[in-house]
Design a protein around this ligand. Structure first.
Ligand SMILES: Nc1nc2c(c(=O)[nH]1)N[C@@H](CN(C=O)c1ccc(C(=O)N[C@@H](CCC(=O)O)C(=O)O)cc1)CN2
Length: 296
C-alpha cells in the first residue's frame, strides 16, 4: 500500500481563494480586516513563519501590522505592545508568535490579548469556550493547527465519525485543544491524548485509526507502530542537519516508511503547516464578519 497525500498546500490555496471572496464582501461593507503580529527576538524559524503570515494576508486582501521587538524586551514593554494592538481599530485580530523568550511570562501575555482579537484562539476565554462547547456555531476564534488538521482531513473526504484518534503531544497550540474539537458532536471521534509520560506509546499507536503527531521528535512514528490503513498527520517540527547536504532542514515526527502502511499521510513540509496559516486567516475573517454581523 502507498498512502495517498493529504495535500495541505493545495487545500490551503483552496481556503485562501474562498477567503479572498469573503474579504471582498467585508470591504463592500467598509470593513478591512487587519492581522497584527508580535514577534520577539530573531529566531529564524519564527521570523520565517511571521513573514509567511504577512504574505498570506497580502494574498487574500487582509491588511497587516507588524511589531518586531528585540529579545531583550521586558515583560512590561511587551504588555504595552499587546495593549496597543488591543486598542488599534485597524487591527481586527493579532497573534503573539510563540515561543517567547524564557524571561517572559507567556501565559500572562496571552491572557492580556483581547479575546475578540485573539486570532490564534489561544486566549483562556476562547479555549474555555471551546472546552465548554460554547463555540458552536463558530462564535469565537479556534486554535489554528487543530482546526487545520480537522479541515485537512474533512476536505479529503475522510469521515472521522466514531474513529479512534491518537494524539501525541500535550502542547498548548495542538494537543490541549484538539481533543475538544475532535469530540464535538459534529466530528464525533474518540480521542486518546498521549505525551512524554505515556507508558507504551507504541501500543496506543497500533490501535489508532488516525494518528496526529505533534511531538517534535524526528521519526517517532514508524511503520511498525501504525495500523495498516491508518490516517497519519505529521504536525511535528524539528530542525535537523541533512547528512547529504550538511544544511539545516525541517523534519517531522513521521518516518518515511509509514507511507507504506498508512492509507493517507500528510507530508511535512506541505501538510499541516500551510493549513495552520490558512486557518489563521479564516479566524481573522470570521472575527471581522462577527463584528459586522455579515453571514459568511
Ligand atoms: N502564535 C503562534 N505561534 C506558533 C504557532 C501558532 O500557531 N501560533 N505555531 C508554530 C509555528 N507556526 C505558526 O506560527 C507555523 C509553523 C509551520 C508552518 C509551515 O507552513 N511550515 C511549512 C514548512 C516550513 C519550513 O520549511 O521551515 C510546512 O509545513 O509546509 C506555518 C506556521 C509555533 N509557533
Amino acid at each position: 500500500m502507498t498512502a495517498q497525500i493529504l495535500d495541505g498546500k493545495a487545500t490551503a490555496s483552496e481556503i485562501k481563494a474562498e477567503l479572498t471572496l469573503r474579504v471582498d464582501r467585508l470591504r463592500e461593507h467598509g470593513v478591512v480586516p487587519g492581522l497584527g503580529t508580535i514577534l520577539v527576538g530573531d529566531d529564524p524559524g519564527s521570523q520565517w513563519y511571521v513573514a509567511g503570515k504577512h504574505r498570506d494576508c497580502a494574498e487574500v486582501g487582509i491588511a497587516s501590522i507588524r511589531r518586531d521587538l528585540p529579545a531583550t524586551i521586558s515583560q512590561a514593554e511587551l504588555e504595552a505592545v499587546v495593549e496597543e494592538l488591543n486598542d488599534d481599530p485597524s487591527c481586527t485580530g493579532f497573534i503573539v508568535q510563540l515561543p517567547l523568550p524564557p524571561h517572559i511570562d507567556t501565559d500572562a501575555i496571552l491572557e492580556l490579548v483581547d479575546p475578540a482579537k485573539d486570532a490564534d484562539g489561544l486566549h483562556p476565554t476562547n479555549l474555555g469556550r471551546l472546552v465548554l462547547n460554547l463555540s458552536r456555531p463558530i462564535t469565537t476564534p479556534l486554535p489554528c493547527t487543530p482546526r487545520g488538521v480537522i479541515e485537512l482531513i474533512r476536505r479529503h473526504g475522510i469521515d472521522l465519525e466514531g474513529k479512534h484518534v491518537v494524539v501525541i503531544g500535550r502542547g498548548v497550540t495542538v494537543g490541549r485543544a484538539i481533543g475538544s474539537l475532535l469530540t464535538r458532536r459534529d466530528v464525533n471521534a474518540t480521542v486518546t491524548l498521549t505525551h512524554t509520560g505515556t507508558v507504551d506509546l507504541d501500543a496506543h499507536l497500533r490501535l489508532a485509526d488516525v494518528i496526529v503527531s505533534a511531538a517534535g521528535v524526528p521519526d517517532l512514528v514508524t511503520a511498525d507502530n501504525v495500523k495498516p490503513g491508518a490516517v497519519v498527520l505529521d504536525v511535528g517540527v524539528s530542525r535537523v542537519i541533512d547528512p547529504d547536504t550538511g544544511k539545516s532542514r525541517v523534519a517531522g515526527d513521521v518516518a518515511a516508511d509509514v507511507a507504506e502502511v498508512a492509507s493517507w499521510i500528510s507530508p511535512n513540509p506541505g501538510g499541516v503547516g500551510p493549513m495552520t496559516r490558512a486557518l489563521l486567516l479564516q479566524n481573522v475573517v470570521e472575527s471581522a464578519e462577527r463584528a459586522l454581523e455579515v453571514a459568511p
